[in-house]
Design a protein around this ligand. Structure first.
Ligand SMILES: CNc1nc2cc3nc[nH]c(=O)c3cc2[nH]1
Ligand SMILES: [Zn+2]
Length: 373
């Protein structure tokens, strides 16, 4: 089996778990946060820097790489690992979410999705089989089934129709993928915000026996409480001995609430995206470092952080870099934000080991300012 999950411990105070995910490019300790490298790069970082920060696995996007430089070119280059010089595990999203959020004039048919490229308006068609073929050319360790990320809000009828088509697409992905079983293929649970549809989706996908399951259709604009409710309901329907992946999650509170509800994997562009806009996640909460109020603040970005940025530069210097639009500002803040989340997940794993995750969450929320009303 290309992908194997070992459940190491189940928390006493929540549904959190500790696990190990074995992939062709290495073992991943879960729960894990996956930095996003959409177009074969974690923006502003070299792969060595991403590795030094402690990242164990990164995510890339099928849709983007299919459009540019093309999956066949990446295959000719020897695959994504070689092309981007990253020798750790890679997970590729199936492309559908990007097609829906970036592509234009899209038409969803039983056969697949017709869309216009967001780059040059050219017409394209991706089917479940095509998505698997692209991901195979990229050579990712974990592929995602081609699905429809049901929009929020959606009517019950739409969510049901969309989820049932996603299941049929998953069957086609599984059928087509069997030629390349060295790479793992995860199913994606849909069903909108309707529990009976989520249960039907989970049941049908579990019957297809994937090595891991994502809970899709979340972090699409719904209130946090609703995401938590769907997680609470859905994770227990999935096999305990398989990893569960909450897609598109990456702020500290969403990571805590996901892990507490039995999630093992998460990915998000948030830490790298806000870094480039001059915002840092710190132990004392968010710091908008580009703000003039830091122009003479010669203290380190985060008093409790030992990352390269916090060891060598002051808030004043980083604020200066943003003020004069220097690239180094984005780089230094990206280094810190990625380290902050990777370190947070390390602390979360340790808290699970010590059966004190809920306590740790409350301490963290207090300091980060989540409890400030
Ligand atoms: C940023 N939020 C978010 N990123 C997502 C990516 C996804 N990919 C495939 N399928 C999904 O349902 C899905 C949902 C997502 N929500
Ligand atoms: Zn730092």
């Amino acid at each position: 089996m290309a992908i194997k999950f070992e459940l190491i411990k189940e928390a006493k105070d929540s549904k959190a778990r500790l696990g190990k995910l074995y992939t062709p490019h290495g073992v991943i300790e879960t729960p894990i946060f996956m930095p996003v490298g959409t177009r074969a790069t974690v923006k502003a970082m070299t792969p060595e820097e991403v590795k030094d920060l402690g990242a164990q696995i990164i995510l890339s996007n099928t849709y983007h790489l299919y459009l540019r430089p093309g999956h066949k070119l990446v295959e000719e280059a020897g695959g994504l690992h070689k092309f981007m010089n990253w020798d750790g595990p890679i997970l590729t999203d199936s492309g559908c979410f990007q097609v829906f959020s970036l592509g234009d004039l899209r038409k969803i048919k039983e056969e697949g999705v017709e869309f216009r490229s967001h780059i040059d308006g050219s017409k394209h068609f991706i089917s479940p089989e095509k998505s698997i073929e692209i991901q195979n050319s990229l050579g990712s360790d974990i592929m995602m089934c081609f699905d429809e990320c049901t929009p929020y809000p959606a009517t019950y009828e739409y969510a049901k129709h969309s989820m049932e088509r996603t299941t049929r697409w998953a069957k086609r992905c599984k059928e087509y993928h069997k030629n390349w079983d060295k790479q793992g293929l995860f199913g994606i649970v849909q069903g909108g915000m309707y529990k009976d549809l989520r249960a039907q989706s989970a049941k049908e996908l579990v019957e297809l026996d994937f090595p891991g399951y994502a809970i899709g259709g979340l972090s699409v604009g719904e209130p946090k409480e609703l995401m938590c409710e769907m997680l609470d309901f859905t994770t227990p329907l999935l096999p305990k001995d398989k990893p569960r992946y909450n897609m598109g999650v990456g702020s500290p509170d969403y990571l805590f609430e996901s892990v507490i509800r039995g999630i093992d994997m998460a990915d998000c562009v948030l830490p790298t995206r806000i870094a480039r806009n001059g915002t840092a996640m710190t132990s004392q909460g968010k710091v908008v470092i580009r703000n003039a109020k830091y122009s003479k603040d010669f203290t380190k970005l985060d008093s409790e952080c030992d990352c390269y940025t916090c060891r060598n530069y002051s808030k004043a210097y980083i604020r200066h870099l943003f003020n004069v639009d220097e690239i180094l500002g984005s780089r230094l803040t990206t280094i810190h934000n990625l380290y902050f989340l990777i370190k947070l997940m390390e602390n979360i794993r340790e808290a699970i080991r010590q059966d004190r995750l809920l306590e740790y969450r409350d301490e963290f929320y207090e300091k980060y300012g989540y409890n400030d009303k």
